[in-house]
Ligand binder design. Structure first.
Ligand SMILES: Cc1cc2nc3c(=O)[nH]c(=O)nc-3n(C[C@H](O)[C@H](O)[C@H](O)COP(=O)(O)OP(=O)(O)OC[C@H]3O[C@@H](n4cnc5c(N)ncnc54)[C@H](O)[C@@H]3O)c2cc1C
Length: 384
């Protein structure tokens, strides 16, 4: 008999999970309280990570990034801008970091090539002319809405059902086993119960709130970052500062805008994020260090959204928390048929989906291997 999975959350994690589970033959129902990608996924920096950013400080995450980056290039046509990225040194401290960076990239399998400064300034005329060195890596940019829709269009081909504006308001239980979810359909203004053999919590920074409905805890630390979008495309490649990740050290070109980011602090409620003005000022100041013409561009938008980071051990500042992901099988908390998948990045959503789907198939006795590395995704247009 076909087993039923309810996936909670229509961000990159939930969308990729719906795709993987549908491909393995489960009947999938994905429920999202808003529109697809209306949570963190739709408002991130949209960098297709090469892993360069974490090559020195968080190598587990860096390896994940480069591996997934290469897979997404094959399976996700039409959603990526493969424009590469530069890590640029602007002062002596950055130059001292260069050998560490190159060693880190080599250790993680990230192609990294030094480009002569003259050539870099020819390609990126708005870059700070004081640039002392530049290293090219295979960064890129993704379109988050299309990315999620591509996963979901493919899931729908395989029989999945996607219900937007449908919020999980209760996790249904029969003693220690989860049996489904109670949802509120905000369009029809109705409430109904959906039965399931397994419920997947892919609610991003809201994972903790959803887990609490089932009476369990997950160590998710909602960690927002501020981004400032300028109204011009000032660079063609993704521009990173050649140093450890810090505030305001990256500019991502997205269509005709340049997005400067980001910061990192911890909040209790991902629905209540106040944007501190000093973070915005810092983005503008740091952005100008990389690209001086930021000062002549107009601010088109300022936004902030929370990363669903996994806090291990004592409370840490957001920058110290690893960007890798984890799957929690809540059977170990005494609640069966309920799993949480969180942490990670949109770049690593496919790998996150593979991990949680492996756990689910193992639990349900389904012996079907993961095929998401090879299956080319449907066009996002097919979703509608
Ligand atoms: C500032 C910032 C910059 C980032 N930049 C990048 C980047 O450049 N590249 C990259 O790869 N990653 C980046 N990330 C990380 C990436 O955005 C996240 O890891 C990823 O989007 C998380 O996806 P998700 O699906 O787990 O969560 P979300 O996208 O938040 O999806 C969870 C969904 O669950 C829904 N939901 C919540 N509660 C319920 C409920 N009760 N019922 C139904 N639905 C519910 C929400 O509405 C939401 O849509 C960035 C993150 C931040 C904060």
């Amino acid at each position: 008999m076909r087993r039923t999975a309810v996936v909670i959350g229509g961000g990159s994690t939930g969308a990729a999970t719906a795709h993987d589970l549908a491909l393995r033959g489960l009947k999938v129902i994905l429920v999202e309280r808003g529109e697809i990608a209306s949570g963190t996924t739709g408002r991130s920096h949209c960098l297709l990570h090469s892993g360069g950013r974490y090559a020195v400080t968080d190598q587990e995450s860096a390896i994940e990034c480069i591996q997934e980056n290469m897979i997404l290039r094959k399976i996700l046509p039409g959603c990526l801008e493969l424009n590469d990225g530069l890590f640029v040194a602007l002062d002596e401290r950055d130059l001292e970091f260069k050998p560490l960076f190159l060693e880190g990239c080599a250790a993680c399998g990230i192609p990294a090539e030094e480009i002569p400064v003259k050539e870099v300034l020819r390609r990126e005329p708005h870059l700070n002319p004081a640039v002392k060195a530049a290293i090219r890596v295979p960064d890129g940019v993704f379109e988050p809405f299309r990315l999620c829709l591509s996963y979901l269009a493919t899931a729908k081909r395989n029989g999945a059902e996607v219900r937007t504006f449908t919020e999980v308001v209760e996790i249904l239980r029969d003693n220690s086993a989860v049996t489904g979810v109670r949802v509120r359909d905000h369009r029809r203004e109705t409430t109904e119960d959906i039965g399931a053999d397994i419920v997947v919590n892919a609610a991003g920074p809201w994972c903790g709130r959803v887990a609490a409905m089932a009476g369990v805890e997950v160590p998710i630390q909602p960690t927002p970052g501020v981004m400032v979008a300028m109204d011009q495309r000032l660079v063609n490649m993704v521009i990173n500062r050649l140093n450890k990740p810090s505030d305001g050290d990256i500019i991502v070109p997205q269509r005709q805008t340049s997005i400067i980011g980001t910061t990192s602090w911890v909040v209790k409620d991902p629905d209540l994020i106040e944007i501190p003005q000093d973070h915005v000022d810092l983005m503008l100041q740091k952005g100008q260090e990389l690209v001086p013409d930021v000062r002549h561009a107009r601010t088109r938008g300022i936004f902030a959204v929370a990363r669903p980071l996994i806090a291990k051990g004592a409370a840490l500042n957001g920058r110290e928390v690893s960007r890798t992901f984890e799957c929690f099988d809540h059977a170990r908390d005494g609640v069966e048929n309920f799993v949480t998948i969180s942490g990670g990045k949109t770049t690593s959503a496919r790998a996150m989906a593979e991990k949680v789907s492996d756990v689910i198939c193992n639990k349900l006795g389904i012996d079907v291997p993961c095929r998401t590395r090879e299956v080319v995704l449907a066009s996002y247009r097919e979703f509608f």
